[in-house]
Design a protein around this ligand. Structure first.
Ligand SMILES: [Mn+2]
Length: 321
């Protein structure tokens, strides 16, 4: 008996959810949503003989070894496809494909566009919209394929639907039922505004953003080369973006203290900023005993909360003009 088809995708954003919905639409896969740090708690539970799609889940040194081992186990009896757009070293790419996975990874497009392209033959034309939503919200709408795809639709419809979806996801604060409902509905080709709860949550999030815009100047601290604030917001990326505008700095850094003595950090860069924030996140995290990585203009770090002062010092050094 052949096993089921399983899709493991990033839970936190439109790119991950759209990728999952595309795989589900094309293959009728069972979907699991997770975050970078937790992929190794899901993979070992997947039965040998299943075909597995892994989407929008970037690698870091902390999980690479375990990931390769799981790829080897699963690819011995089934197909493993790893679709992503986070930086992947040549050596790790080789290791993952030697372990038996098909690796689809380039930083030029978001995971949703890669997933769409990979499964294109099994997808209806309207599924293209899901790739467009992913590209817009991941700041990858300038990618060569993404541009072509978005050009095939009304641009404002794409912008409105994808932004509404992103705002609703932020407002939901990671509610798994809501996220799964989004994946299922997208896989049925519903537009985000047709999914129950999306319009209402998006509106509330817009209210949040308006309120934050009022507050950010008072709570943020301007270090000239970057601005920083602590926040309780689920979407730290959003807070980081607001900092850039409010303080007219190239980089915004938002931090949320978690109950487990760790803090989550998002860094965002202005369009014109030249730093690679993913590389900086990786370097800084390594020095502080945390984990970090991401893209040039958007990255995430997890650091031990007592090391916040040290963290800010390292950032000052990193962003020295
Ligand atoms: Mn992504």
């Amino acid at each position: 008996m052949p096993g089921r088809i399983v899709c493991i995708s990033h839970s936190k954003d439109v790119d991950g959810l759209s990728s999952a919905a595309l795989v589900k639409m094309a293959t009728n896969a069972i979907v699991h949503l997770t975050d970078y740090g937790e992929i190794l708690s899901i993979l070992p539970k997947v039965k040998q003989g299943s075909d597995v799609y892994i989407c929008d889940l970037g690698m870091n040194e902390a999980i690479a070894k375990g990931f390769v081992k799981e790829v080897r186990r699963l690819s011995s009896k089934g197909k493993v496809v790893y679709i992503d757009h986070h930086p992947l070293s040549d050596s790790l790419r080789k290791e993952i494909s030697n372990a038996g996975a098909k690796v689809v990874n380039s930083p030029r497009e978001c995971a949703g566009v890669h997933t769409y392209w990979h499964l294109k033959k099994k997808l209806p034309r309207r599924a293209t919209l899901l790739a467009c939503y992913a590209a817009v919200t991941d700041y990858m709408d300038h990618g060569p394929i993404a541009r072509e795809l978005i050009g095939g639709f009304d641009r404002q419809f794409v912008l409105m639907e994808s932004t509404m979806l992103a705002y609703a996801i932020s407002y939901s604060g990671g509610n798994q039922d809501f996220l799964m409902k989004i994946v299922d509905s997208l896989a049925e080709l519903k537009a985000p505004h047709q999914i129950e709860g999306v319009v209402e949550f998006a509106q509330r999030q817009a209210e949040n953003v308006s309120r934050m815009l009022q507050l950010i100047g008072k709570v943020g601290k301007n270090y000239k080369t970057f601005a920083y604030t602590e926040s309780k917001e689920y979407s730290l990326g959003l807070v980081a973006n607001l900092l850039i505008g409010e303080f007219q700095v190239p980089v915004g850094v938002a931090l949320r203290k978690e109950p487990n003595n760790f803090s989550e950090v998002s860094m965002r860069g202005h369009y014109n900023d030249k730093h690679h924030l993913g590389e900086i996140a990786r370097r800084v995290a390594k020095k502080l005993g945390g984990a970090g990585g991401g893209h040039a203009k958007a990255s995430g770090i997890r650091i031990p909360t007592p090391k916040i002062p040290e963290f800010l010092e390292l950032l000052k050094q990193e962003f020295t003009p």
